[in-house]
Design a binder for this molecule. Structure first.
Ligand SMILES: N[C@@H](CCC(=O)N[C@@H](CS)C(=O)NCC(=O)O)C(=O)O
Length: 226
């Protein structure tokens, strides 16, 4: 299935091809079947023109019928309420709170530890100790994810907002294992969770569509050709 697209749609997502948090949002948009148009930030990433529209300068940002919102989690929760047909937060108060706790575990801890590896991608300037330390930090966060999964009340047959970020961040961790030799310990339950996420067609399709952007970013990880 192609990504839902509708030129002239009233929902615009500003993004750049490699942006991880845009993948998180596009999984949600696919799952809900919401038509949208993805555009590069007007004036370019980091430009004054973009900041005039999106004061944080953050990517992704959304404009829905003239309403601007930034930060993927705020956008995801807004879209979940604006397009309620396919709910992606549980009904029960405490389950919903646990889903949000799990989202924050991704956005504020696991993903920042993975992001810290981006400066190590370039082969020429890679620091072996930083890669070792980064692998240990990511493994520590994966063991916290393991504990959260062990007591999670969320129905595993459904795709929730909190799952979308993990799906793409796990793809980056695996890519860094191969490209940088990142040493990561995956708890069994986290591996099973990753496999379960990829069994959702919308997740597998979005990750497949994103793969060329990941590969382009990872080109500099290879030693120079002699
Ligand atoms: N917590 C944010 C993180 C998004 C993020 O860090 N985006 C990066 C690009 S991938 C960005 O916009 N950085 C520039 C900035 O924050 O000024 C979210 O969920 O949207």
């Amino acid at each position: 299935m192609d990504r839902p697209r509708n030129v002239g749609a009233m929902l615009i997502i500003y993004s750049v091809p490699v942006a991880l948090y845009s993948v998180k949002l596009r999984i949600l948009l696919r799952h809900k079947g919401i038509a949208f148009e993805e555009l590069p930030p007007p004036g370019g990433y980091g430009s004054a023109e973009y900041r005039a529209l999106v004061p944080s300068g953050n990517i992704p940002a959304m404009i829905h019928d003239g309403f601007m919102l930034a930060d993927s989690e705020a956008i995801a929760e807004y879209l979940n309420e604006a397009f309620p047909k396919v709910p992606m937060l549980p009904d029960a108060l405490k389950d919903r709170a646990k889903a949000r706790e799990f989202s924050r575990c991704h956005d504020t801890r696991l993903e920042p530890a993975v992001r810290a590896m981006y400066p190590q991608v370039a082969n020429e300037t890679r620091n072996a100790q930083a890669v070792t330390d980064g692998g240990a930090a990511i493994s520590k966060h994966l063991s916290a994810v393991d504990l959260l999964l062990a007591t999670s009340p969320l129905d595993p047959s459904q795709l929730w907002i909190c799952d979308c970020g993990f799906a793409v961040t796990f793809a980056w961790i695996k890519a860094f294992e191969t490209a940088l030799g990142l040493p990561v310990i995956w708890p069994d339950r986290v591996r099973e969770y990753d496999a379960r996420l990829q069994s959702f067609a919308v997740v597998a399709e979005e990750l497949a569509a994103y793969r060329p952007a990941m590969n382009a970013y990872l080109e500099k990880a290879n030693p120079p050709q002699i």
